[in-house]
Design a protein around this ligand. Sequence first.
Ligand code: CO
Length: 500
Amino acid sequence: MQSENLYKQYTETLRKVADIDYASAVLQWDMETYIPEKGAELRGQQISTLSGLAHDFFVTPAFGKILDELLKSNQTDKIKNKNVKLTHEDYIKEKKYSTDFVVELSNETSKAFPNWVKAREENNPSVFLPNLEKLVDLKRREADFLGYEDHPYDALMDDYEPGVKSKDIDVLFTEVRNHLKDFVKTISSKSAPKSDFLFLHYDKQKQWNFGIGLLKQMSFDFSAGRQDISVHPFTTSFSPQDVRVTTKVEENDFRSMTWSCIHEGGHALYEQGLLTEQYGLPCGSACSLGIHESQSRLWENVVGRSLNFWKVNYPKLQSVFPENLSKVPLEDFYKSINVVKPSLIRIEADELTYHFHIMIRYEIEKRLIENSLKVKDVPEAWNEAYKTYLGIDVPTYRHGMLQDVHWSHGSFGYFPTYSLGSFYAVQFFHQAKKDVPDLEKNIIAGNTKPLLDWLREKIHYHGRFYNSQELCEHITGEKLNYKYFKEYAEKKYSQIYNIN
Ligand code: CO
């Protein structure tokens, strides 16, 4: 009885913390969509006040006591048990952050971001490198007080992909590199499919309507969310009952809206699928960034760039844009949306060469954190890596080390989750095909609900109950295995590029 009462106090505290965090997310969403020009300055302060408040609510000694008591009393319910255990770990971790450190890091990132923007505009890394230097230094300090066994990078990656170590990533990426290096070379020797028709004029409003149609087809719940426009597409959530996605519409590039819509839609379905009764608790939160990305990429690439998906959708698309597509057969359209070509910009990369962009960032940031690469040498290290891995020259720093925002936010250890997500996506889909009869027949018919139901049951409903590695084993019976992505890639692209 007493422990039930304690658990109630525990959930009440965590729900208050969640209320504050989600309120802050609303402000953040507004800042990236509708805020008037002058509103941004104080908005930053409002968000930072709320973050401080959420932290203060969470790390009180009284809450620590509740957690200790609950740990001792050992709940009979396994979900309650897991919630308490995970919250206790979060609590211990959060307590390691001194207020001084949090303030210093937040100050440095707010100084770094505008300098990154400026450096990018001026194509001049030296505007941003002093900020990067400070941030790397702070992140090293952070790794030190958080603690790690093998590598300081592991302490940082733990924020995004709990339990995964850089030595695991090293093994994985060696396999990825060995495979993709040769395979991409083979593909590059073949003639590329035609894709010029994707870059004709596509009316913005018609594109928007088509995107809304795609979200509906994916079973995105519009009574529990909405879509808006932003510069960089993203997904945010205020509860499973209010999940926001954004997209970007380009008049002369049909790809931009369509696949960002499907990608963010995949993230959103995950958020809408979390259990409302677990609101604010670990089992009601997403498992990891890698698993989040597995959902977006499963929809975007494995489904959204498949021939099966377009069998039903392409005739619809042709009827919206007959002037551009009526003479383009489905098969040609399918090939055009799967062109593989080494390129400079990560977010525009195809699903194979994409991983080189990640491996390059991973190596550089890991070396920065272990202090085997100096910040001043990053621009050149970057350019050399692009030459080595992708065989291309980087013409400007804007197209090089200044393209991504992550480091200016102090996010080190984030990039590998994009690749992990892609590989998880393929392994999960492979399993879904085994588990769900007629999965692909349904996709061909425009019915993706059986796939969503499977994702809900296997992934969404569990929240953080399993970490990403446990979840993968639980669903597929084995750990993350690159073999699935390798087979998927070879089958798909050998067909597209006529490779025997
Ligand atoms: Co994503």
